[in-house]
Design a protein. Structure first.
Length: 489
C-alpha cells in the first residue's frame, strides 16, 4: 500500500524532501499556508519591479547541482546562472569601498595591497577552508544528526581543535587589517552567529565565498523555487496553497499522527514531515507530544531577524554592485545589540542588493530595484514608526557613503520585519534564518529530525540539521526524506 505523506510548508527543504519522497514511491502532498509557494523565498512584484523577498545569495552551486543530479537533471534544465564579478562590494567609509573579485588571483592582490604578507596567509587559510569544505560536504552535512559518532572519522579527529577554536581567533591570528578581518569574518554571518561563537571548522564558508564564487539565477532566486516545484510536480507531488495547518491530532493508542486539521477540515495522513518552524509545529500538538519545552527554545541562540526594505527607484543607482555591504560602523557593537543585549541597534551594519544591475528583468529600463537588510535581534519590538526611522537612518548613510542622492528618487517602498516573520512564517521570535550554528548547536545537538514522541512525525529545515541557509535547506530535505524511507521500510 502506497503511503500518503503530508509536508507542511513549501520552502527549500520541503521542496527537496517532496522530490526525494515522491521518487521513492510515496504519495506526497505539500500544504502551504500562504498564497504562493516557496516559504521564505517568495517574490514581491510591483509596477514592473521584481524582488526576492527572502534569500538573495546563491552560494555553494555544487549543492544545487548535486540535488538536481539525484533526479538526472541539471540546474540549467530549470534556470540559468551568471557568476557575479565582483561577487560583492564592501563599503568602509565615504567613497571608500573594495570589490571582491570572482578571481582568486585578484583577491590575493587585494589582500597584499591592503596588508603586506597577508596574501600568503590567505592562501594557507583558503587551503584549510577548501579541505574543510570537502570534508563537510562529503562526510558531515549529509548526516541525520542522530549520534555524535557521525562526526567521528580520521579527518575530523585530526581537526578536532578547530571545533574548539573560533573563526575570530583563526582569522585574527595572522591578519591585522580591520578591513580584511571584516571581509574574512563576513561569510560566517550566513550561519547565524558571531565569529567569536562560530567554530573555526566553519571557515569552509570562506571557500564557498572566494573559491566557488557568488552567482545569480536569471530572474532571481525565485526561479530556483519554480524549478524545484516543476521537478516535484513531474514526480507526482501535489501542492495546495492557502492551506493552514491548525492542529496535528495524534492517536493515543499508537502515538502516531492520525490526521491534520487544515483550515478546519480533517485530513488523514500516514506520515507528516514539517518544513514549517519547528517550535510552531510542536505548538500544534497536545502538550504530551511536545519534545521541547518553551524553556529549551528560550535558551537557544537564534540567528538574527531582519528589517528589510524593497525599494523601487526612478533612476539607476551609482557606485554600488549587485551585492553591497556597508561595514562603516562597529561590527562588534552591532553584534552585541543582536546577541548579548537585544535591542534596536544605534548604528547598524546593513546590506543592499540591486539585482537590476545584473538582471534587467527585475526593474523597468532606467530604474533600479533595491533590497536593503538590517540584521536585528529576534523578538524585539517592531512598529511602523521604528521601521520608518531606520529607513531614513540607512538611506542617509547610503547617500553619504556612495556620494549620491537617492531619497528623492524613491517610487515606492515595502518593509518586512519581526512581526511579518512571525505572521507569514510562524517564525520563533520572528527570526529570519533559524537556529545559529554555534558549537553546542551543531549536528546531533540540534533539534531532531524524527520526533521522539510521535512515531510518524518528522522535521526538516533550518532549525534542524545541518542548519541555516539555502544550500543546507536542500541538504536537510534530503536527510529527512532518507530517514523517513529508512524507518518506514
Amino acid at each position: 500500500m502506497i503511503k500518503h505523506i503530508h509536508i507542511i510548508g513549501s520552502g527549500f527543504s520541503s521542496l527537496a524532501a517532496s522530490c526525494y519522497l515522491a521518487k521513492a514511491g510515496y504519495k506526497v502532498s505539500v500544504l502551504e499556508k500562504n498564497s504562493t509557494l516557496g516559504g521564505r523565498a517568495r517574490q514581491y512584484k510591483k509596477d514592473g519591479f521584481t524582488f526576492d523577498i527572502g534569500p538573495s545569495w546563491y552560494w555553494m552551486p555544487d549543492v544545487f547541482e548535486r540535488f538536481f543530479a539525484d533526479f538526472g537533471k541539471k540546474p540549467s534544465d530549470y534556470y540559468l546562472l551568471d557568476k557575479l564579478n565582483p561577487g560583492y562590494e564592501v563599503y568602509f567609509d565615504e567613497k571608500d569601498s573594495v570589490k571582491i573579485s570572482s578571481s582568486l588571483k585578484d583577491i590575493y592582490s587585494l589582500f597584499e595591497k591592503e596588508e603586506k604578507g597577508s596574501a600568503k596567509y590567505l592562501k594557507e587559510f583558503l587551503n584549510s577552508a577548501k579541505s574543510n569544505y570537502d570534508t563537510a560536504i562529503k562526510d558531515l552535512v549529509y548526516k541525520p544528526g542522530i549520534s555524535p559518532l557521525e562526526l567521528v572519522n580520521t579527518t575530523t579527529i585530526s581537526r578536532v581543535s578547530q571545533f574548539f577554536s573560533t573563526i575570530r581567533k583563526q582569522v585574527r591570528k595572522n591578519i591585522r587589517s580591520k578591513r580584511l578581518i571584516q571581509i574574512l569574518e563576513f561569510p560566517v554571518l550566513f550561519l547565524g552567529a558571531k565569529p567569536s561563537n562560530t567554530p573555526a571548522f566553519y571557515n569552509f564558508m570562506n571557500y564557498a565565498d572566494f573559491g566557488l564564487g557568488t552567482w545569480h539565477p536569471r530572474g532571481g532566486m525565485y526561479t530556483v523555487i519554480e524549478g524545484m516545484v516543476s521537478l516535484a510536480e513531474s514526480l507526482g507531488v501535489h501542492f495546495t496553497t492557502n492551506a493552514n495547518v491548525d492542529k496535528i491530532i495524534v492517536d493515543d493508542k499508537n502515538n502516531a499522527v492520525k490526521y491534520l486539521i487544515v483550515n478546519g477540515t480533517e485530513l488523514k495522513s500516514d506520515l507528516v514531515l514539517s518544513g514549517a518552524d519547528y517550535h510552531h509545529t510542536e505548538t500544534l500538538l497536545n502538550e504530551d507530544y511536545k519534545q521541547y519545552s518553551e524553556k529549551y527554545w528560550d535558551k537557544k541562540t537564534f540567528a538574527p531577524s531582519s528589517l528589510l526594505f524593497y525599494v523601487g527607484f526612478d533612476k539607476k543607482i551609482e557606485n554600488v554592485s549587485h551585492h553591497t555591504l556597508f561595514f562603516d560602523t562597529d561590527f562588534d557593537e552591532h553584534a552585541k545589540e543582536i546577541y548579548d543585549n537585544p535591542k534596536w541597534p544605534k548604528a547598524p551594519l546593513f546590506y543592499a542588493n540591486f539585482t537590476s544591475i545584473t538582471d534587467k528583468t527585475s526593474a523597468p529600463e532606467g530604474k533600479e530595484a533595491g533590497f536593503f537588510l538590517i540584521p536585528l535581534a529576534p523578538g524585539i519590538e517592531d512598529t511602523e514608526e521604528l521601521r520608518e526611522q531606520y529607513f531614513h537612518k540607512i538611506m542617509d548613510r547610503f547617500e553619504k557613503l556612495t556620494n549620491q542622492k537617492v531619497k528623492g528618487h524613491v517610487l515606492f517602498k515595502k518593509s518586512f520585519c519581526v512581526e511579518d516573520f512571525k505572521n507569514e512564517y510562524n517564525s520563533y521570535k520572528g527570526n529570519a534564518y533559524g537556529m545559529a550554528n554555534t558549537l553546542f548547536q551543531t549536528a546531533f545537538l540540534r533539534p531532531k529530525i524524527k520526533s521522539s514522541k510521535v512515531n510518524n512525525l518528522y522535521f526538516t529545515g533550518q532549525l534542524t540539521v545541518p542548519g541555516p541557509g539555502v544550500p543546507p535547506a536542500l541538504i536537510s530535505g534530503k536527510i529527512a526524506s532518507e530517514l523517513i524511507i529508512k524507518n518506514q521500510n
